[in-house]
Design a binder for this molecule. Structure first.
Ligand code: C2E
Ligand code: CA
Ligand code: CA
Length: 539
């Protein structure tokens, strides 16, 4: 069917098609003559070759065929052969006019159909912004090549600062930037190699030979700003590379892998990143977000608990709830693998509420064993920015009809506090009023000002594990810990050192006057049953 919509291009083969059309016109002429002349209906047969010709060759050749037809049935064709009556001139001229009208009209209709079809094809296969073939075309083309090639090298480039360019200069300007980016890449890979637009700011290409040298040249090309409308724009580009067949077998898998490689590059500040299986693992885990709901319901997600002890009498004072996902396929998944991704979705709030509910129940369960111990729950910074977060907590706790709030503490990272938004502070104040303790986690990694502590009354500061772990070798860290302890004491705030991994750290940290200790040296995180037994043993 596609040939119908093909645009006519003149070449030698056209003659070969035109000859039968011409012959059929002569045949019509013969039929008209031998059936007695134009007085009979047979001249109408001439419309057929004219329409066919116009449809194939469009209106110019359509007109030519019409004129030839008009001539064949024209001045030399009798009206009545038997009686030898010739046609009047206006008769054959008007007929020729009709032929021309049909030829031209058919040709024009054909051109409209072709244009419509091409625009539809463009819409489906081209990116309107860059004019390049789009993602679907890339996948189709790559899939086709995967079937016939032994190896392929795929690269995807991301223009990372597209948002800044759009917000500063607008969409029309960005269009020029991305087109300039395309031009630069095309300049390196050559006009013979197709580029594809996979997304607004993602350009992909592939080749049978290694693309590494191209990729290096492309990156070098973007070291200096490019001038668009006399404005210098520095294009912040990253490239992910992936190879077939080692890193993936389907087009989709390879494209996803190259995007993952770019994301790896973002994390490690590398402009060129080759896909690694480690990235793939993370990718599959990012995919896990979709399974969170099921995991919460089925019990795949639960908590491990790590004790926090008093530095003076080494008695446990609290346990920190650390989320753990025992996945049927991937095994134990640690929070850092999915919590950051989760924080970008509304699901984080659901997980936090679920965590609070579950741990409030566990405080009660521990009480049944005469274990009057605090549980600290990690709260995400995005939770605190929700305007109804404290109300939700209040409702939740009221529903549980127990009063374990004095044994519940929320750990909020210093980064979470950093947002310094009114909403965050208001939520913390309301939570504090409910009787829930507030501990600032990873203290020393953010920019909290002392003024914050006059706005909110916090209970404890957790000195970040990085300071603690190497304070024996790093004298500055030791001094920081010492001054944090003095500052906290003067404000009536307790200090907790996390990351107490060894006996040496343990002893040194105690001597620095830190109130509470947490770390592998004391105990590693363990299941609820294990922590219960551990706590019972300590009594
Ligand atoms: P965090 O709150 O700073 O938790 C401490 C992390 O350090 C835990 O890792 C813990 O297993 C680990 N750790 C404990 N003692 C030591 C030690 O002596 N040495 C070393 N090197 N590490 C130690 P984990 O469980 O992988 O948790 C990582 C982070 O995930 C946590 O950091 C916390 O920010 C987040 N997280 C954990 N559970 C939750 C949760 O329920 N909700 C939210 N929003 N975040 C959570
Ligand atoms: Ca914590
Ligand atoms: Ca921490």
């Amino acid at each position: 069917m596609k040939w119908i919509f093909r645009k006519y291009e003149f070449h030698f083969k056209s003659f070969l098609v035109f000859i039968p059309i011409l012959l059929s016109q002569i045949l019509v002429g013969g039929v008209v003559y031998y059936t007695g002349g134009t007085k009979v209906v047979y001249p109408h047969f001439m419309y057929l070759p004219i329409i066919i010709s116009a449809f194939i060759f469009e209106y110019r050749v359509g007109l030519l065929t019409a004129l030839i037809g008009g001539f064949i049935l024209g001045p030399f064709m009798p009206l009545d052969v038997e009686q030898g009556i010739m046609q009047q001139m206006n008769n054959w001229i008007i007929r020729t006019g009709f032929f021309c009208a049909v030829g031209a009209l058919t040709g024009i209709i054909k051109r409209f159909m072709v244009d419509f079809y091409e625009r539809r094809e463009d819409f489906l296969t081209k990116d309107p912004f860059t004019g390049l073939n789009n993602r679907n075309t890339f996948l189709q083309s790559l899939e086709g090549d995967l079937e016939i090639r032994d190896s392929l090298f795929i690269a995807v480039l991301e223009l990372r600062n597209q948002d800044e360019i759009i917000t500063s200069f607008g969409f029309d300007f960005y269009k020029k930037v991305i087109q300039a980016v395309v031009g630069k890449i095309q300049g390196v890979v050559g006009a013979d190699n197709q580029l594809y637009s996979l997304r607004f700011n993602l350009i992909g290409f592939y080749s049978c030979s290694n693309v590494s040298s191209w990729v290096n040249d492309i990156i070098n090309n973007f070291k200096k700003p490019i001038n668009i409308d006399k404005i210098p724009i520095l294009c912040d580009v990253l490239i992910g590379i992936i190879n077939f067949p080692e890193d993936g077998s389907s087009a989709l898998e390879l494209v996803q892998g190259s995007i993952l490689a770019i994301n790896e590059g973002k994390k490690n500040l590398n402009q060129i990143t080759k896909f690694s299986k480690k990235g793939k693992k993370e990718f599959t885990k990012a995919n896990l977000i979709n399974q969170i709901d099921h995991a919460l319901e089925s019990g795949e997600i639960d908590f491990f608990y790590q004790p926090i002890i008093n530095a003076k009498d080494v008695k446990p004072v609290a346990i920190e709830a650390l989320i753990r996902w025992q996945h049927p396929k991937y095994g134990m998944i640690l929070p850092n693998d999915y919590i950051p991704a989760l924080e970008e979705t509304f699901l984080m709030h659901e997980v936090t509420c679920w965590a609070i509910e579950r741990n409030v129940q566990r405080i009660s369960e521990l009480k049944e064993f005469d274990l009057n111990i605090e549980i600290t729950v990690n709260i995400s910074p995005v939770d605190l920015q929700q305007n109804d977060f404290s109300m939700k907590i209040e409702k939740l706790v009221r529903c549980l009809k127990s009063d374990p709030l004095s044994n519940l503490t929320f750990e909020i990272t210093e980064r979470g506090l950093l947002s310094n938004s009114k909403q965050t502070l208001q939520n913390i104040i309301s939570i504090k009023e409910m009787g829930v303790g507030i501990s600032i986690d990873d203290f020393g990694t953010g920019n909290t000002t002392i003024a914050t502590f006059s706005k909110i009354k916090i209970d404890s500061l957790k000195i970040d594990l990085d300071f603690v772990k190497d304070h024996l070798e790093n004298d500055s860290n030791k001094k920081i810990i010492r001054s944090l302890v003095i500052m906290a004491k003067s404000l009536g705030i307790k200090t907790i050192a996390e990351g107490v991994e060894t006996k040496e750290i343990y002893e040194s940290i105690r001597s620095l006057g830190v109130d509470f200790l947490q770390g592998y040296y004391i105990a590693k995180p363990m299941s609820f049953t294990d922590i219960k037994n551990w706590l019972l043993k300590q009594q």
